[in-house]
Write a protein that binds this ligand. Structure first.
Ligand SMILES: Cc1cc2nc3c(=O)[nH]c(=O)nc-3n(C[C@H](O)[C@H](O)[C@H](O)COP(=O)(O)O)c2cc1C
Length: 320
């Protein structure tokens, strides 16, 4: 029995699963693979590299995909929104910042706006800005996020935003997580960690290997890697990654890292290019326990979706 929610209906999806627009990792091929498998594929426009976006958008081929941006960064390069809208995306996904400067233009282009938030207060703002879907992102998530847990945040956001469908993100990487999100009242899920080490992801192969070998026990949320990458993230958002040797070296010493930034940034860049997981960030969330191998994205979408269908059907048996 297929799962039908406002998300599957809006985008005519087979499964209520959205590929997170992971900056630099969710490229055209991955987004298209997720779309072909029945989910919603989003390219990760991230920090706004126009050349990267011009290269990745056509790689989706005939498959219609959406685009995501990091909102505070898009504000510095607003022309990239036009570039994305020119490709008639299936959806625009904005996270981490003020939607107001962009919501009107996205609506005028007739493109559904999906807004990711980390607090109930920001969910209310996203609702007032006209977001068609609101993603409630819990702290378990890989990549940037904030402090609230997915389990209580999702129903609190649902209660706060009235009729707007809410999607759960953070810690969901298998059918159990999707079934749980639907039980909370969500219309679907956003998954990043589940796809970070997928075959089509633009992640370095050595970093993928480190990710699939990792446990959620060993993830941390901090600003260390943003300082090393020289990305000026607003302080309210930190990044969840594996705790590696570089993190252990600098944890609790952000000022010292800033002071040595020129040398450490070069060290970081070299490590990222080489896929050295002792220094470069392996950007995964707590759900990395559930990712055991490098698999094609289509297989991941189908296994999450079909397992959730079976589990929901089986749950009926609990009610007598
Ligand atoms: C490697 C990685 C990169 C990410 N980059 C972005 C990004 O550029 N923009 C964004 O809105 N969210 C980004 N996220 C967060 C996702 O949108 C999503 O909230 C998160 O992946 C959900 O939690 P999960 O990782 O447990 O699936 C990223 C997540 C990961 C794992």
């Amino acid at each position: 029995m297929p799962i039908v929610t406002p998300l599957t209906e809006q985008f005519e999806l087979e499964f209520p699963i959205i590929l997170a627009p992971m900056a630099g990792f969710s490229g055209g091929a991955l987004a298209a693979a997720v779309g072909r498998a029945g989910g919603l594929g989003l390219i990760g426009g991230g920090y706004g590299d126009g050349d990267w976006l011009k290269r990745e958008l056509p790689l989706a081929g005939n498959e219609k995909i959406g685009v995501g941006f990091i909102t505070w960064s898009l504000a510095k390069k607003p022309e990239l929104l036009d570039l994305a809208l020119d490709h008639k995306p299936r959806a625009m996904f904005l996270s981490f910042g003020d939607l107001k400067p962009f919501a009107g233009k996205i609506a005028a282009a007739g493109v559904p706006l999906i807004a990711q938030v980390q607090t109930v207060a920001d969910a209310k703002i996203a609702a007032s800005e006209g977001a068609q879907f609101i993603v409630a992102q819990g702290s378990e998530a890989g990549g940037h996020g904030s402090g609230r847990g997915t389990l209580p945040l999702v129903p609190a956001v649902i209660d706060a935003v009235g009729k707007i469908p809410v999607i759960a993100a953070g810690g969901i990487a298998d059918g159990r997580g999707l079934a749980a999100a639907l039980a909370l009242g969500a219309a679907g899920v956003v998954c990043g960690t589940a796809f970070y080490a997928s075959r089509e992801a633009l992640t370095h192969e050595r970093i993928k290997a480190a990710a699939v070998a990792a446990s959620g026990d060993n993830t941390v949320r901090s600003s260390i890697f943003d300082i090393a990458r020289r990305i000026d993230w607003p302080k309210r958002w930190t990044i969840r990654t594996l705790e590696n040797a570089f993190h252990r070296e600098w944890a609790g010493k952000p000022e010292a890292l800033e002071a040595d930034a020129t040398i450490q940034a070069q060290r970081y860049r070299d490590a990222a290019a080489a896929g050295d997981a002792d220094v470069a960030a392996v950007i995964v969330g707590e759900a990395i326990d559930l990712v055991h191998e490098i698999r094609p994205a289509a297989e991941i979408v189908r296994s999450i979706g079909q397992d959730a269908e079976r589990r929901i059907a089986a749950l009926n048996g609990l009610v007598t």
